[in-house]
Design a protein around this ligand. Sequence first.
Ligand code: HSE
Length: 444
Amino acid sequence: MSEPLTLGVAGLGTVGMGLIQLLSAHATRIEKMLGRPITVTGVSARSRKKEREAALGGAQWFDDPVALAKDPSNSVFIELMGGEDGPAKAAVEAALKAKKHVVTANKALLAKHGIALAKLAESNGVALNFEAAVAGGIPIIKMLREALAANEVRRVYGILNGTCNFILSKMTDEKRAFADALKEAQEKGYAEADPTFDIGGFDAAHKLSLLTCLAFGAAVAFDEIHVEGIENITSADIEAATELGYCIKLLGVAMQTEHGIEARVTPVLVAEESALAEVSGVTNCVGIDGDFAGNLLLVGPGAGSKPTASAVASDIMDVARGLVLPPFIRPTSVLEKVKGLNLKAHQGNYYVRLKVYDRPGAMAAITKRMSDENVSLESIVQRRPGPVHPGQAAEPAPGEAEAAVNVILITHDTTEDAMRKALRAIEKDGKITERPQMIRIEDL
Ligand code: HSE
């Protein structure tokens, strides 16, 4: 029998322990497939004493992940610690310099240092595989790197954060409060250690930056991706979207336009009959428009121990088979650094919710500002003021604050520049009680 493939695993959290369990559960079939076993010879984690669900076998313990990365007892370094700098970066660099293959699930590290690390892997003739960094169990990186490599990709998009999708689904289907749904996502192990990465859209943006580089061979600096999270989505928006036949999703989109690459992560409205509307809970999806392959949509679990471990294990098996591909599909020398487009040029339909004082002329002032910017309205819905349940007052009692109503506008196709100008003018007019809510409508 051939020599085992030896692994040094740094990080024994949700994904790390999932990997240990997978390698143990499937040891025999993996060995049969590869003609050699996979053995974890070294491990490292923050706490040695923590109780763990799976046995670590005879693996040697390392307090320092960099020492594990350099140690000659393993030939593949598995980085599952997370963090865009610090020990994860130091350990990955050390492993690549020691001519070890690296498998990582660390999207933040790759979004920031991916090109430099890919260069290091390339110059040392080793693999840098990161299937688990994007959309958990969905094999999107293999799809782009291998099956679709001959295509020119025109657009890549997806529901890339399970926590946000879980929260939005709970708010929609069960009318749950935002905080309550977030707590459940954390308990289930979907959320990042700091959940603001999830709900602020940054986790999805890390993934989108990797997809952009893989799809277009263009490295858009992370801070040039337009990012909006779901923290300002209210139950009023969820309700209004549902009534109008839409569903709210946090979507990452990167597309080639005639002016360059537009890359954004924002909440969007999608029609309820869209396939994206069906993607609920922690499920992710990634869509690709390839010029020869056509439009593809992959749907599956985007987070959690088992799906993510499955992706890490597939990368390890590629290494065991001797498959070493350029991390971003082409040599780093042909990767271009490009500026992400300013979203002012974005074109599409928009949803706007305005909290408007219920007084004569307010609506006329709003529609005038829209028409001044050449924004045409597809629909206008004014909700009743105040409580809407039978038997309760709909108007404020004398002496109470002036009533305000939610007005929902859906626009025809227009530019973001026009929308921003119209909404700024509406704010200045003083006929609304809070900042306008504007959500892009995605035609998918
Ligand atoms: N926090 C991430 C999510 C985990 O919710 O999708 C997977 O990257």
